[in-house]
Design a protein around this ligand. Structure first.
Ligand code: NAD
Length: 489
């Protein structure tokens, strides 16, 4: 393994993301040897912390990880430095630059810089501007920007944000995080599709009846009401994670597995999203909000009763929709998606339902054979299930549906890298495959804006009982064409 070298400047070093995800991910990279001697992290935030105090924070964030030994934690934390920083103050960037240069020399890093924006999105443009005006970019080595979601609030704000960061960084220096793309089973979709002769030739409208994507959460809005009220399920889950899953499920096969070629086919896929008029969007995308109900013997609040949520809130906590693609491969094939809070149970899964065999010679009553179904379990369990038809035991030729089921075992899953660990290593390596590009966001925001526009035109907010899989309208989206949601917990 080659050791990676970089000064990582982390804007938002005292934040929740940094503590819960980034420090543990960097520590795993240290334990695995991807980071060794030649790296330093400068944490910045408003609070006036010392390096020692910051190192204690970092130590606390990693100390309980299974691989952590006291010696390793100490060695790891010694690479962390703190700079109290107001993102709007030019003078602070000059100090930051001087510190980065000093650490670069001290750790013999060679000019590599990663700027990680782990703070509120309203600051992203300001920080990028100062990185340029205060000359933080190094002439030698790489300069890479890592940027967290949400990437904008609608198309106009996403474009504005993109324009502001693009004034400092080129597209090939920008790593927009969608942590779903760091998940094992999301990356596994590509392996499944392009590594199997029994699937690859069948992956089209000719053999597939429909694709379903469900991202179900059992929890409510928890402490995130402030953010969620201005976001809602469409922006929080559909525009980014579901769109990315959809792209991996439907894009053309890249000629090679390289970032440029993968993004080329992905860009083409996003350009082929079938755009609805607002009237069509209102028919094909439904929203709803959860209301109080008894869940496992306990009464849970409805969304409008949650702390920080307006009594007349019009924020959706559930979305279901039917998406179409204008490509020869998928014309007319519905891609159903659904996501929501306070659903029956937490699960992210994809179901691909194949068309039934044309002529079921075993049926005595003309019934078609049950369709083959492939389910990809993304979380909480990770694996696949393929439903196939076999012969019922005995002296008949009736078909019965059997399942070939595979799940990664818990121990192997626990050892595999976390999404943030994978993605941070990709940034250090300079591999943009599993990051989103502006061309994709440009299309997906335009797509989502029409849905929002259609919803905003009505005053109605349908509801669903907490602990269920959403409103009846979500079922009707499929039953109207004789289909059904495959995942019915
Ligand atoms: P947070 O509020 O916990 O942390 C924000 C950080 O920014 C703090 O370190 C704070 O000191 C710093 N900060 C705020 N204003 C500042 C200023 N004017 N000058 C200097 N520093 C300032 O937020 P978070 O939950 O860590 O989220 C950070 C980013 O990551 C957000 O864009 C969020 O949407 C995204 N994100 C977070 C999570 C998560 O699990 N927390 C998940 C996905 C994406």
């Amino acid at each position: 393994m080659t050791e990676k070298k970089a000064v990582i400047i982390l804007f938002g070093g005292s934040g929740d993301l940094a503590k819960r995800k980034l420090y543990p991910a960097l520590f795993q990279l240290f334990v695995r040897g991807d980071l060794q001697e030649h790296f330093a992290v400068i944490g910045t935030a408003r609070r006036p912390w010392s390096d020692e105090y910051y190192q204690e924070i970092v130590t606390a964030a990693v100390t309980n990880l299974p691989q952590a030994t006291t010696k390793q934690v100490k060695a790891f934390a010694s690479h962390f430095y703190y700079q109290s920083h107001d993102v709007t103050d030019s003078a602070h960037y000059v100090t930051l630059k001087t510190l980065a240069e000093k650490l670069d020399k001290q750790y013999d890093i060679g000019g590599n810089r990663i700027y990680y924006m782990a703070m509120a999105p309203e600051f992203f443009g300001v920080i990028a501007g100062h990185i340029k005006s205060e000359n933080l970019l190094t002439p030698d080595g790489f300069n890479r920007l890592v940027i967290e979601k949400p990437f904008g609030h609608d198309h106009a704000s996403a474009k504005e944000l993109n324009d502001s960061i693009s004034a400092t960084f080129d597209e090939n220096q920008i790593y927009r995080i969608d942590h779903y793309l760091g998940k094992e089973m999301v990356q596994g979709i590509l392996a499944l599709r392009f590594g199997n002769q029994i699937l690859e030739p069948l992956w089209s409208k000719d053999y597939i009846d429909n694709i379903q994507i469900t991202l179900a959460e059992a929890v409510g809005v928890e402490e995130r009401a402030g953010y969620y009220e201005s976001s809602g399920a469409l922006r929080d889950m559909v525009q980014n994670h579901i769109m990315q899953l959809m792209a991996y499920l439907t894009m053309e096969k890249p000629d090679t597995f390289s970032p440029e070629v993968v993004h080329k086919v992905k860009d083409a896929l996003f350009s082929s999203l079938h755009r609805y008029t607002p009237e069509e969007a209102a028919q094909n995308f439904i929203r709803a909000q959860y209301v109080s109900a008894d869940v496992n013997g306990q009464t849970v609040n409805g969304y409008r009763q949650e702390d920080g949520v307006a009594e007349d809130s019009m924020t959706e906590t559930f979305v279901a929709g039917k998406l179409l693609l204008d490509t020869p491969r998928w014309e007319g094939t519905p891609i159903y998606l659904r996501t929501g809070k306070r659903l029956t149970r937490k699960s992210t899964q994809v179901t691909v339902t194949f068309k039934p065999v044309a002529n079921n010679i075993f049926a005595t009553d003309g019934e078609p054979a049950a369709p083959n179904r492939l389910t990809i379990y993304v979380e909480p369990t990770q694996g696949y299930r393929l439903e196939i038809n076999g012969k019922t035991l005995g002296q008949t030729f009736a078909l019965s549906q059997e399942s070939l089921d595979f799940r990664h075992d818990d121990a192997s899953v626990a050892k595999a890298p976390e999404a943030y660990e994978r993605l941070l290593l990709d940034v250090l390596r300079g591999d943009q495959t599993n990051f989103t590009r502006w061309a994709e966001l440009d299309q997906s925001w335009q797509y989502v804006d029409v849905i929002r526009q259609a919803w905003d035109a009505t005053k109605a907010m349908p509801t669903y009982a907490a602990g269920t899989m959403g409103p009846q309208a979500s079922m009707d989206l499929l039953t109207d064409s004789g289909r059904d949601w495959a995942f019915k917990p």
